[in-house]
Write a protein that binds this ligand. Structure first.
Ligand code: ATP
Length: 259
């Protein structure tokens, strides 16, 4: 049995905006094991990003538990980020005139990686995302795909056991999205890192995930592998298997927010 990396139990988040309460996450429980890719899917406003933010330590839960490697991250006063790498994505976040290597030195310092270990650690993460041959190139020259790979490399500094990716290929064209999928699959295979991602792109979820968690109205509505979710949706065709997108659409009414 593979090691349990992330355990989330009955997570809840209620926002209070000037006395007006809104329960964004009502009841989310999930588990991720070493080397697993798990996708959170659901309609806009379902509570996916709020969940990921609580797992990543950016937002404190109203109640519930988040454990990384058995350690309750919200129990201790000082949140220990070392087990988690967050991929922020987008075209910001790096200094364009500096090289990929020098950008990563900046983040290695933030991560408190000892200077003696920095060189080998930066080379390790650049290799994992296949950027080792452009380590000394200025980042402004990078393509969108290379930029996204550098975001992943940054998140891998310090060898976290869990990577969080909120819509990892948002705004990227199909070809670059495929490139990123390949990087993530290779990463999981080579390092055993666990991945929690959110996505609206069903082909991406189908290609990457070992497990899917369907979220609606701030609650987990279904959990299963791609084929289990398709089977549960009861969408059938005589001439071909149902797609995840068709099955997701069949679940859509159940996922809407209760008024
Ligand atoms: N700080 C906040 N104060 C009040 N409500 C918030 C706050 N942050 C998020 N929400 C609300 O909580 C709900 C869940 O938002 P969240 O961003 O987690 O959804 P999501 O599933 O990630 O949606 P999307 O797919 O659009 O990214 C939404 O209705 C959102 O407006």
């Amino acid at each position: 049995m593979k090691k349990e990396i992330l355990t989330v139990k009955h997570l809840q988040k209620t926002f209070d905006n000037h006395g007006k309460k809104f329960a964004a996450v009502k009841d989310v429980s999930l588990k991720i094991h070493q080397g697993e890719i798990v996708a959170l899917i659901g309609p806009n406003g379902a509570g996916k990003t709020t969940t990921v933010s609580m797992v990543g330590g950016f937002l404190n839960p109203s109640s519930g538990q988040v454990k990384i490697n058995g350690h309750d991250i919200w129990k201790s006063k000082h949140f220990d980020h070392s087990g988690i790498g967050v991929v922020f994505g987008g075209e910001l976040g790096f200094y364009g005139r500096a090289s990929a290597y020098d950008n990563l030195v900046f983040f290695a310092n933030l991560n408190k990686i000892k200077w003696r270990q920095q060189r080998s650690e930066i080379q390790r993460v650049l290799k994992l995302v296949d950027l080792q041959n452009v380590a000394n190139k200025q980042v402004w020259t990078f393509s969108r795909g290379m930029y996204q790979r550098l975001h992943i490399a940054r998140a891998l500094l310090g060898s976290p056991s869990l990577l969080l990716l909120d819509e990892p290929t948002n705004g990227l064209d199909v070809e670059i999205a495929k490139e990123i999928h390949g990087v993530l699959q290779k990463l999981v295979k080579n390092t055993g890192v666990a991945i929690l991602l959110t996505s609206h792109i069903m082909s991406e979820v189908e290609a990457l995930s070992d497990k899917i968690i369907l979220i609606g109205d701030g609650k987990v509505k279904e959990t299963g592998t791609v084929s289990e979710i398709i089977a549960k949706s009861s969408v059938h065709h005589i001439d071909r298997p149902a797609t995840l997108e068709e099955s997701y659409l069949a679940f859509a009414p159940e996922l809407r927010r209760e008024q």
